[in-house]
Design a protein around this ligand. Sequence first.
Ligand SMILES: Nc1nc2c(ncn2[C@@H]2O[C@H](COP(=O)(O)OP(=O)(O)OP(=O)(O)O)[C@@H](O)[C@H]2O)c(=O)[nH]1
Ligand SMILES: [Mg+2]
Length: 285
Amino acid sequence: MWRGKTVSVIFPTYNEKDSIRAATLGYFATGLADEIIVVNNNAAPGTSEEVAGTGAREIHETRQGYGNALLCGIDNCKSDLIVLSEPDGTFNPSDLIKLLAYSDDVPVVFGTRTSREFIWAGANMGRFLRWGNWAVAKMTELLFNTTILTDMGCTLRLFDAHALRRIRPHLTIGGSHFGPQLLMEVVAHGIPFVEIPVSYRSRVGESSVTGSFSKAFWLGIQMIILVWQYRLGMVSRNRTLWTAAESRSPAERQAFTMDASLANLSRAVGVKETVPSQVPEKIER
Ligand SMILES: Nc1nc2c(ncn2[C@@H]2O[C@H](COP(=O)(O)OP(=O)(O)OP(=O)(O)O)[C@@H](O)[C@H]2O)c(=O)[nH]1
Ligand SMILES: [Mg+2]
């Protein structure tokens, strides 16, 4: 629970039998996660036994792929704040509080794994992955004039349920580049976000994606193609854009609504000087 909001962590799992128990218990130990949803994506035998008794809820998605697994978790989650993570030991559960702290200000918080001080010894974040993720993220930042972006592929992210529901109909990718699509839809909807450094540690067991140079290279190319498809308007669908009013806290929203109706009222009755806004504009674009 975070400031009266329920918190869920979603773990897709494929090949994390040896780390999923510790990861699950680690998130619960923070005292901040109300629920952990493990999406078993035809996972290694023995995974369910490791999850049993941890308090996590296990569900199954048979369509293979990181995106399919996460979408299944998202569709089965009713919490106010939804954290997407991985149970392979790469992320530190104690970073949850950092994501939550920023959720007070913005509906989406992305992690970044490219800050040198946060890359632990043995982590799979060599020069190619680090600068590759950084370069595609910078390209996106420049092409869309976003706030700072330094990592395209970090899989530790927090979403306000309201924001996630808004972009959910636009999420279509079942494989590994679901992550970049999620980021691009946040950008395309104009949803405010921030990116914060998170610890990145070595993986327990074999990586099946970025551990292989050719797979990581191909994923990078797919990311670049995806970003340009968005830039060139090739993925334009009807989107309900995020409004400034939606970014306010409930109390601020109420004040804003009252303020706006007072201003409308005074306009309607012909008062020249409108009531000054009590709530400063939070986001200037
Ligand atoms: N490879 C693979 N991963 C899946 C699948 N379904 C869900 N996943 C999840 O996708 C995430 C990414 O897979 P990893 O093997 O850790 O790949 P990676 O994160 O690129 O590699 P590292 O960064 O070294 O951890 C893991 O949390 C998996 O559980 C699937 O069908 N195949
Ligand atoms: Mg991983």
